[in-house]
Design a protein. Sequence first.
Length: 132
Amino acid sequence: MPPIFIAEDDPLMGRMYERAFRLNGYDLKMAFDGEQALSMLLAANPKPSVIILDVMMPKMSGFDVLKKIKEDADLKNIPVILLTNLAGQEDAQKGISMGALMYLVKSEYNPKQIVDTIKKVLETTPAPQGGA
């Protein structure tokens, strides 16, 4: 299975997610700001099976990265989950309208629950097709 990609600027949160995914047998690629996330995603081979983006990141927000993902033929069909501290309904609607599959508030999920959510996404989402 292609790796899961996480962009998370908080090193502690990043390590917690990394540990949770690896304990469940997932390969993981990580970025620590929006620019790094976008350049890693564009260069990735194979492309990830799912992308998890923090919304509030340095250099480029998760919304900006999501916009670029949806404009790229090789990335646009990969499911994107926004993971954030922003609990506003407006932000959630913005993320979904931009093409995110889900908008999860960090304080409402522990890392194990995030892994379980991603597992369900991978089970119910067809494998992304490049190109088009």
